[in-house]
Write a protein that binds this ligand. Structure first.
Ligand SMILES: NC(=O)C1=CN([C@@H]2O[C@H](COP(=O)(O)OP(=O)(O)OC[C@H]3O[C@@H](n4cnc5c(N)ncnc54)[C@H](O)[C@@H]3O)[C@@H](O)[C@H]2O)[C@@H](O)CC1
Ligand SMILES: [K+]
Length: 476
């Protein structure tokens, strides 16, 4: 089942894979026409009521397949205000080919007539809330008429995020929906057909550009609304926590703090004035620091745990106690991964091992990415956490749903790129579900690497990735 916004991601991914939306609209329109033929006889009067979005566009395509009926096509609104080029091109085609089209300026101009079948293509997955005019009047006319009502994708007035049906929604007899069913369709007193419109499985399996649509920033948001990340790292190493923290800022987090031993805190701060560094006594993380860290962590949206911490026994037992007291989302990387299989925690973990670390955690891997995907899914289910297993093909799984990210290149085997990935994941997990954050982070980190390799070839370094993260997430 796919919500309207999930459908938009899949649709954009299909486009990224070379199947443009206009082609999908052609398939959709064809399947609408087939459904019309299932419910009407040649010569019957069929009225197509099209809105100005792509839902309307599907029905404008369908009209070209309906020559055997007495057809009328009503557009709700002026053709200049059709919202997409592809829908407008299909409207123009009907004009050129002399189809019987009408434009409805406002609700008083709408006449349904007495058709045998009405096609409701007013609004689809792009809407929420009750129907506005003139769609409201047209819906009431369809509901009052004796016509069979066939809705395109969803009955107009179904909220495709929540599945709620507006009070003034179209009461459909039949629905032909595309690619997958949508929330709310199962509860309707209508027959629902799911039409395959040629979206490749890859549009859902692979993380592609369309996944970036999950990121939206509220223009009215305040400092902190877009995420506060705490990186717990450093001690034996200083670069790793700084890379993770800088990457988190570049991935859109509002505030990023690094908690580090006082022996290295100044050095970490020295890498960037954008970071806030909080220090604790000593030269590495130890159980004595956990009380203080647990309080600090509770004030953050996500925790990035591991970069540069080292694998000393007392550090790992501190990591374990910290996770036991944390109930937000924590990205766990590097040496800290070792504690994951045994830890008792309320937190949602996103673990970012490479294949060697995965095996160290007790998981299995394979050279074949399809097989690896299955093994990672099983292991994620075993530990009840989200895994992002790094490789030429990154595998992301929450134990039930598994995605693959194919971006990146061999230049990225340089040190520090994993810290960048952990930081990006931490930032995205402030605003997205863990599995979506991990998938998009893998995509963005790899894309940043692909940008960096263009300029620097195999001489790329992790800081090049940090600079390229914004382009990977937001550039056109
Ligand atoms: N996602 C996909 O893969 C595909 C989608 N297609 C079609 O595209 C549709 C989605 O198209 P769009 O995103 O253009 O959106 P819609 O066609 O669902 O409608 C969007 C328009 O409705 C207006 N609107 C929003 N809320 C309203 C309300 N409460 N009352 C009245 N008007 C309102 C908006 O201003 C917008 O112009 C799908 O339902 C499907 O029919 C197909 O073309 C094929 C592929
Ligand atoms: K519709």
């Amino acid at each position: 089942m796919l919500t309207g916004s999930e459908m938009a991601v899949v649709d954009a991914n299909a486009e990224a894979l070379g199947v443009p939306r206009k082609q999908l609209m052609e398939s959709s329109g064809h399947s609408v026409a087939r459904a019309v033929r299932d419910h009407a006889d040649p010569g019957d009067e069929v009225v197509v009521v099209a809105g100005r979005g792509n839902n309307g566009g599907d029905a404008l395509v369908a009209a070209r397949f309906l020559d055997e009926f007495a057809l009328r096509v009503c557009l709700l609104g002026r053709p200049e205000t059709i919202t997409t080029d592809i829908a407008r091109e299909n409207w123009d085609a009907l004009q050129s080919a002399d189809y019987p089209t009408e434009q409805v300026g406002d609700s008083s101009a709408f006449e349904l007539g007495d058709p045998d079948l009405a096609v409701d293509a007013m609004l689809g997955t792009g809407i929420s809330g009750a129907l506005r005019e003139p769609a409201a009047t047209a819906a009431a006319a369809m509901n009052d008429s004796a016509a069979t009502v066939l809705s395109v994708d969803v009955p107009s007035g179904l909220d495709c995020e929540t599945g709620d049906l507006a009070e003034n929604a179209v009461a459909a007899d039949h629905v032909v929906t595309f690619h997958d069913t949508k929330p709310g369709l199962a509860d309707l007193p209508a027959s629902v057909t799911v039409a395959d419109i040629g979206i490749p499985d890859a549009a859902q399996r692979f993380v592609e550009r369309g996944d970036r649509r999950r990121l939206s920033r509220d223009p009215a948001s305040h400092k902190g609304d877009n995420g506060e990340v705490l990186v717990v790292g450093g001690g034996p190493y200083t670069g790793a926590p700084a890379l993770a923290a800088r990457a988190a800022l570049r991935a859109g987090a509002d505030l990023v703090r690094v908690a580090a031993p006082d022996t290295v805190a100044r050095e970490i701060q020295g890498y960037s004035e954008n970071l806030i560094v909080r220090e604790y006594d000593g030269d590495r993380l130890a159980p004595a620091h956990v009380d203080w860290l647990a309080d600090l962590a509770a004030d953050h949206d996500t925790l990035v745990l591991g970069p540069g911490l080292g694998g000393a026994g007392e550090t790992l037992s501190a990591v374990e106690s910290l996770l036991a007291r944390f109930d937000g989302t924590a990205v766990v990387d590097a040496d800290a991964l070792q504690v994951v299989p045994d830890v008792e925690t309320e937190a949602d973990l996103v673990c970012t091992p490479h294949q060697g670390e995965l095996v160290g955690m007790g998981g299995e891997t394979s050279d074949d990415w399809r097989e690896r995907a299955e093994l990672v899914e099983d292991f994620a289910a075993d530990i009840g956490q989200t895994l992002l297993v790094k490789g030429a093909y990154d595998v992301i799984s929450d134990g039930e749903r598994t995605r693959i990210s194919r971006t990146g290149n061999a230049g990225m085997t340089v040190g520090g790129t994993g810290d960048v990935l952990a930081g990006v994941t931490g930032a995205l997990a402030c605003v997205l579900e863990p599995r979506h954050a991990a998938a998009l982070a893998a995509y963005a980190n790899g894309t940043a690497g692909d940008t960096a390799v263009e300029e620097h070839g195999s001489g790329l370094v992790a800081t090049d990735l940090v600079e390229a993260v914004p382009g990977a997430l937001w550039a056109e």
